[in-house]
Design a protein around this ligand. Structure first.
Ligand code: FMN
Ligand code: ADP
Ligand code: MG
Length: 155
């Protein structure tokens, strides 16, 4: 993982519509170009880090990169679940993410319930690890400040 932390930004697009919301775990999907531009050594798997929507606050996140073996996708995807309750959907907005650590490879599961509980496990582990000082400092990275400073609002 030579490339971590890895910073990237992109527009939130519609996913495969399988409704991860039905699992209680919505994931904001990046467009194909963002996924195709990932460095070769950012392998598929489950990662954690920080994310912000537009010029909003920076929150903890988990991100899944790969082919979702449980669903046997044919196209590689990069999907971010943000540990925050948003008032509404944010399709079309710019999502900024800083991937700071790796959790595990993508896996297949015998049931939807076991996929869901694995993801909940990832979320808990990510929350813990992101409280480490080495990770907390990335929350304050200038990467997350740039979009804010560009918004002039007439002043
Ligand atoms: C933290 C996290 C871990 C995940 N792990 C796996 C996994 O191990 N195997 C898998 O097939 N899908 C995994 N997924 C992806 C889900 O299957 C995916 O979110 C679901 O297919 C819904 O996608 P949608 O955005 O197209 O609705 C993971 C997603 C997240 C957020
Ligand atoms: N905490 C959150 N993390 C990620 N996306 C969220 C969150 N809350 C609301 N959303 C919205 O839910 C959408 C993703 O839901 P999902 O069921 O995965 O649909 P899709 O298949 O279109 O990606 C995101 O694009 C975003 O607009
Ligand atoms: Mg999604």
């Amino acid at each position: 993982m030579r490339h971590l932390p890895y910073f990237c930004r992109g527009q939130v697009v519609r996913g495969f519509g399988r409704g991860s919301k039905q699992l209680g775990i919505p994931t904001a999907n990046f467009p194909e170009q963002v996924v195709d531009n990932l460095p070769a050594d950012v392998s598929t798997g489950i990662y954690y880090g920080w994310a912000s929507v537009g010029s909003g606050d920076v929150h903890k996140m988990v991100v899944s990169i790969g082919w979702n073996p449980y669903y046997k996708n044919t196209k590689k995807s990069m999907e971010t679940h943000i540990m925050h309750t948003f008032k509404e959907d944010f399709y079309g907005e710019i999502l900024s993410v800083a991937i700071v650590g790796y959790l595990r490879p993508e896996k297949n599961f015998d049931s939807l319930e076991s996929l869901i509980s694995a993801i909940h496990g990832d979320i808990e582990e990510a929350k813990k690890r992101l409280d480490l000082p080495e990770h907390l400092k990335l929350k304050e990275d200038n990467f997350f400040r740039v979009p804010k400073s560009k918004i002039m609002n007439g002043h």
